[in-house]
Design a protein around this ligand. Sequence first.
Ligand SMILES: C[S@@+](CC[C@H](N)C(=O)[O-])C[C@H]1O[C@@H](n2cnc3c(N)ncnc32)[C@H](O)[C@@H]1O
Length: 253
Amino acid sequence: MDEPVVGDAFGELLRAALAEQTGRGPRPTIIAKYPTPVTELVERDDGFLSALPAARYLAPPADWVDLDHRALALVRGRVLDVGTGAGRAALALQERGVPVTGLDVSAGAVEVCRARGVRDAVLSTVADHTGRYDTFLLLGNNLGLLGSRRAAPRFLADLAALAAPGARIVAQGTDPYDTADPLHHAYHERNRSRGRWAGEMVMRIRHRNLATDWFEYLLCTPDELAVVLVGTGWRVEAVEPYPPRYLAVLVRA
Ligand SMILES: C[S@@+](CC[C@H](N)C(=O)[O-])C[C@H]1O[C@@H](n2cnc3c(N)ncnc32)[C@H](O)[C@@H]1O
């Protein structure tokens, strides 16, 4: 059996979602009267597959959840929207006159951002990017970009190198334990048996024949986050719960 081709699956997903929204470009076939919405497929390393509508990445503020609005209210100064996706937060900030850069490692995501009007969208990792920012915004569960206990200090050091004095991270996290799904509990047990925390996930994004590389993605409680931050020069300043999610504000220790 052939494996998927490794490539910019997330970017192609966002391109398809933009085509779906605008009616321009290739988009899914409508089968009889059943629409086939562009769907994000997330494959976990235990074989679990989740499917969610990609349209949420292009959603205007009117369709956001409370947590997203609160996150934008917490930003100040120059903002780096880390893992901007289709740029929904960057666009909203830009419209409010907030200086914002949308950064993403996906070429397709950056192209979609520009097509949607994000003026400053960059294709880069945080390690390769330069600049000075007052707020790092990690929305759409992007606290997960810390990766794992092992990887987090590097990522946080890269943000520290871009931080203006008094800079903060405003991030959305998810408590992995706040679930009734037995398959998630079995995954936690599997991870623990391998010396990992329950929420130290490994996954990839699939789209048509494409897949991203497998990557680590951290789901952790606020208490676990505090442990991850020890020795990184960052500390938790505030946590606001939106179960099973939460908004965390991190500042330089
Ligand atoms: C779950 S989406 C969130 C998009 C957006 N923040 C939102 O709330 O709609 C994650 C995004 O992070 C990007 N990404 C993944 N790893 C990254 C990294 N190491 N640095 C920057 N962006 C990354 C992906 O390409 C994707 O666009």
